[in-house]
Design a protein around this ligand. Sequence first.
Ligand SMILES: NC(=O)c1ccc[n+]([C@@H]2O[C@H](COP(=O)([O-])OP(=O)(O)OC[C@H]3O[C@@H](n4cnc5c(N)ncnc54)[C@H](O)[C@@H]3O)[C@@H](O)[C@H]2O)c1
Length: 247
Amino acid sequence: MMLNITLIGYGKMGKMIASLAEQHGCKVKSIIDPHQEGCEKEIREDLLGEVCIDFTQPQSVLENIKKVAAVGKHMVVGTTGWNKYEDEVRKIVEANNIGLVFGANFSIGMNIFNRIVRYAASLCDKFPIYDVCGWEMHHNQKADSPSGTAIQLAETIISQSSTKETAIYDRLNRPINKSELHFASLRGGSEPGWHNIIFDSENDTIELSHHVRSRACFATGALKAAQWISVHKGMYSFNQMMEDLLC
Ligand SMILES: NC(=O)c1ccc[n+]([C@@H]2O[C@H](COP(=O)([O-])OP(=O)(O)OC[C@H]3O[C@@H](n4cnc5c(N)ncnc54)[C@H](O)[C@@H]3O)[C@@H](O)[C@H]2O)c1
């Protein structure tokens, strides 16, 4: 049976999800976006499908979650840059007994990449000849910098490192302290998402790269998350959902 979904935000990601929905067993019941022609202008109970997928902007996401939770519908939140509200959102999800999956990167490939980086970081940490750093590049419309994915990758590397304690995302014209992991962010062109991790020694370099070819990779993960959360309650990261699917 098809799952009825509502798209909140009909920009680049909303449009991609709409185009792939049926392939993933989802039917788009409604699309809400106050700034796009032909879309519903606000969240109303009668418009909502069983799961609402939010790809909007950081300033809108908390209000959207409150409105959807108030009518007991489940959510997939792909919008990035709202981490400071995470505790508040968790309380809203629990109080309204709904399910919510969130994540800075809904790419299944990136989730696997993160696991590979974790393993590589744990191996290289045993050999002090290797230092580690990273960079990411996204299109020039992206609102946040560094990307949420860069922050996640940096946390993964630090969790496996006996020398790196913090990450810095900008050098601020000062030398890198050895206890800092340097992660650079580039913004330009139309790049949908490119993350590189480099383990470097005097004699060789190990370079791990995840390069998004199209936004379809995020949309596929978001639709998979919609199916999964339709039968779960509580707040889960995309990674927690992947753990469940992998076991
Ligand atoms: N989690 C992931 O895998 C992933 C992947 C790509 C992008 N993103 C994030 O998703 C978000 C959207 O990305 P995009 O590339 O589609 O952006 P976009 O700018 O192309 O589209 C955003 C749309 O949201 C609409 N919008 C803004 N406020 C709204 C509201 N209150 N209600 C309904 N619609 C509203 C805007 O009018 C716009 O059409 C960004 O935060 C981006 O960083 C996440």
